[in-house]
Design a protein around this ligand. Structure first.
Ligand code: TRP
Length: 331
């Protein structure tokens, strides 16, 4: 039987930190055993916010190296701009998506606020507005069955399904099947410096633990993690909960249980918890960092391999686009 298809995309912005790894990439790697996957470094999406060309190029390759170091298979990895059919399908789908639908996208509202706050002289690009249409094209061009995404992408996936339905209605053919979200039990990792906000690249260095940071830095960041304010409460403090959740997600269930027992008995020392988390994180990142060193020794070969996999994956995109154009009376 043919394997079901999975597609996901990641923006080449910011660094690869623990939150992104535990909340997405680790799962991408797992899914490769079971599905036919396409993972796209979506650089066209990264242009929707103010950007610098040199940085964009750097970020794309850096992210590719990082993803490979994490265990993403090279044959499943592609760079969006090497497959221009995404944008061509994006145009066609844009004509099947209403202005009103796009106006309701929460991410657009949030991101346009961000742009305004950062620099009032910078404009909000129309690309930011039509971004979800390109995302729909990313997904539909591979006729994906499943899209592993976080809850924040629900609305975009729903829109993708609406666009696919409209396409099928307009062309009178059940051409696109409707892609389903693929949720996994993934932790939402919070910033260790402020457990009330999500670990993120954009919030600044101290709010995320870089997967490729030196061991000492990782240890230091975890050691200085916010735990509780010393107030007596029968609810676990968010900072402590976050440390436990990291410990659980890094694959140390025994240590997790042991420390959780101590917590409930009221004799857990936070320094003990922090040391355990630091050890677990370092055990997790060490092989990934070693693999990255190996990859960096021959960047040229890696670039060639990603160009080749993108070309391979492009064949599938071409096929879909040919059929789509035919169905739309464009060819
Ligand atoms: N919008 C996604 C994000 O912000 C990135 C993305 C672009 C994506 N195209 C995609 C995710 C296709 C899944 C499928 O994280």
């Amino acid at each position: 039987m043919e394997r079901k298809r999975v597609l996901s995309g990641i923006q080449p912005t910011g660094n690869l930190h623990l939150g992104r790894y535990l909340g997405a990439i680790q799962n991408w790697v797992k899914l490769q055993d079971q599905y036919e996957c396409v993972y796209s470094v979506v650089n066209y999406h990264a242009m929707t916010m103010p950007f610098q060309p040199t940085k964009l190029r750097e970020n794309v390759w850096e992210l590719c190296y990082n993803l490979l170091a994490c265990g993403v298979k090279p044959e499943y990895l592609s760079i969006q701009s090497m497959i221009p059919e995404h944008t061509e399908l994006g145009w066609i789908l844009g004509c099947m998506c209403s202005y009103g639908e796009l106006s309701r996208m929460v991410q657009f509202k949030e991101k346009s606020e961000q742009v305004k706050e950062k620099d009032k002289d910078v404009f909000i690009s129309s690309g930011l507005f039509t971004y979800p249409v390109l995302q729909a094209a990313d997904i539909l061009i591979y006729r994906a069955d499943y899209v592993p995404v976080g809850k924040d992408q629900d609305q975009h996936l729903e829109l993708t399904r609406n666009i696919a339905t409209r396409f099928n209605n307009v062309t009178g053919k059940e051409y696109f099947q409707l892609p389903e979200p693929l949720y996994a039990e993934l932790p939402k990792v919070m910033s260790t410096a402020d457990p009330f906000r999500k670990m993120s690249a954009s919030a600044g260095e101290k709010h995320n633990i870089d997967l490729f940071a030196p061991e000492e830095q990782i240890r230091k960041q975890i050691r200085s993690a916010v735990t509780d304010s010393g107030e007596v409460s029968d609810k676990m403090a968010p900072g402590v909960e976050n440390l436990f959740s990291i410990l659980n997600a890094t694959g140390k269930p025994d240590v997790y249980r042991e420390l959780m027992d101590s917590y409930h008995q009221g004799n857990l020392k936070y320094s003990q918890l922090k040391d355990a988390v630091a050890d677990a994180v370092i055990d997790l990142v060490r092989p990934i960092q070693e693999e990255k060193q190996r990859i960096l020794q021959d960047k040229k070969a890696v670039k060639e391999s990603i160009k080749a996999s993108s070309a391979q994956i492009r064949e599938r995109a071409r096929q879909t686009l040919r059929e789509v154009k035919d169905l739309c009376g464009l060819a």
